[in-house]
Design a binder for this molecule. Structure first.
Ligand code: TZP
Ligand code: MG
Length: 220
């Protein structure tokens, strides 16, 4: 076991396995709540609420429901972008991008218990995230993806290799990851993989997740 690289965030919650994100526009007409219920039923332990286009009130109402569902199931609930929303609904974590508020300033607001994740795209950003006190980093986009509107070019597997070797906080590989290509990422050392369209766009979400969890070596 690589002792430097823990799967646990400082809050004690593991950042490991399949990490699912919402995206209602890719959900085949199903609501976020419906999709989240299926994701929880299939045994996923981390869910991020990510909706770039919705009004704050709609986001709040959805997050209140998702908080209730995830709490009951012991699922870690992370909110993208909105620190106020994450705090109001008592989410377990907040996920920030490079253009969002600085991690150390958000820490002043949310305290030591809340998980802070930060998206990174280079070794410099990864080191910076550790210095600033992020609990985990996002690493991606690994492959080309059209899910994210302002997405940058794929970072390449070399950046993933760098993180596996040199960064000692948990990380989440993201971007274009599917059941069909996840082996490449796992075999390079990723313990946590994030997927958007592969899950929310699946015809049968629960079956898709069971296939993926099986590939991750989880007993399903
Ligand atoms: N951050 C980097 S890539 C991405 C995010 C939110 C979108 C990934 O979506 P998909 O559908 O899993 O490629
Ligand atoms: Mg953001």
């Amino acid at each position: 076991l690589n002792k430097r690289q823990s799967d646990f965030s400082r809050s004690g919650k593991p950042i490991r396995g399949l990490y699912c994100l919402t995206s209602e526009e890719h959900s085949r007409g199903r609501s976020n709540i419906e999709v989240v219920k299926a994701i929880i039923n299939a045994g996923v332990k981390i869910i991020q609420y990510r909706e770039k286009e919705k009004k704050m009130l709609e986001k709040y109402n959805e997050c209140v429901q998702i908080r209730e569902l995830t709490k009951r199931a012991g699922v870690t609930f992370i909110v993208d972008d909105d620190v106020d929303l994450a705090m109001l609904v008592k989410a377990d974590g907040i996920h920030l991008g490079q253009d969002d508020l600085p991690v150390e300033k958000v820490r002043e607001l949310v305290g030591s218990e809340m998980i802070i994740g930060l998206s990174t795209h280079s070794p410099e950003q990864a080191q910076d995230a550790v210095r600033r006190g992020a609990d985990y980093i996002g690493v991606g986009p690994i492959y080309r993806t059209y899910t994210k509107k302002d997405v940058c070019e794929p970072v390449g597997l070399e950046y993933l290799d760098y993180v596996v070797k040199s960064i000692n906080i948990p990380f989440v590989a993201i971007g274009g990851i599917k059941e069909s290509n996840m082996d490449e990422v796992i075999s390079r050392g990723a313990k946590c993989v994030a997927m958007v369209t592969e899950i929310v766009g699946a015809e049968n979400i629960e079956q898709k997740i069971l296939n993926i969890r099986h590939k991750l070596g989880e007993s399903v």
